[in-house]
Design a protein around this ligand. Sequence first.
Ligand SMILES: Nc1ncnc2c1ncn2[C@@H]1O[C@H](COP(=O)(O)OP(=O)(O)O)[C@@H](O)[C@H]1O
Ligand SMILES: O=C(O)C1=C[C@@H](OP(=O)(O)O)[C@@H](O)[C@H](O)C1
Ligand SMILES: [Mg+2]
Length: 185
Amino acid sequence: MKRNIVLVGMMGSGKSHIGRKLAQRLGWQFVDTDRRIERAMGTTIADFYAQAGEKVFREREINILQQVSRYHEAVISFGGNFPMTAATYRILHRHGFIIALLSEPFRVEERVSRHIGKRPTVDYDNLHEFVHTMMKQWESVYPYCDCVVDTTRGGASQIVETIVEKIEEQHVQFITRVKKETDAK
Ligand SMILES: Nc1ncnc2c1ncn2[C@@H]1O[C@H](COP(=O)(O)OP(=O)(O)O)[C@@H](O)[C@H]1O
Ligand SMILES: O=C(O)C1=C[C@@H](OP(=O)(O)O)[C@@H](O)[C@H](O)C1
Ligand SMILES: [Mg+2]
């Protein structure tokens, strides 16, 4: 039995966008680790990253994983460079159905170019090469994910339905949140 759905994968694959829509479709809560960090730190990811540095940023992401991994009925989107180590994978996999999103390089380049400055680790001067390297890194992670979904084409609603179908095909069982009487009020 799983508790939640986690979305991982390269930047620009649509984790935040699709994650929100998937949560709406399921009537679940949506958590984006970037938004959590921004709320906790009272600043943007770009500013926090610039001030605190990569090591502290990754520690924050792992800390959020520890906070949210036991949530029920939540769709949780992680950052595109979230450290997928044996230790973080164990936590993700224990409670979460892990969905990796991937898109073809041209689409990733197009999407990450929309909000320059938002993603602090992107090398915009060598974007093509940067995306290629990022894809290579993610390739080794896909085999460990419960399902991989291509988000190059199709609107969000279509991709969400593909994900729902895959979950049904795999007969994934989720522990449902115990509804309190006050929920209905
Ligand atoms: N299926 C899609 N169709 C059209 N636009 C999309 C789709 N998925 C993502 N986008 C857009 O691409 C950009 C990057 O998506 P985002 O969800 O932030 O990706 P990630 O969180 O994986 O970096 C956003 O502007 C988003 O609205
Ligand atoms: O790890 C990183 O360097 C980041 C990845 C990006 O995640 P996305 O995959 O959601 O774009 C971005 O949102 C975040 O601000 C920083
Ligand atoms: Mg995102």
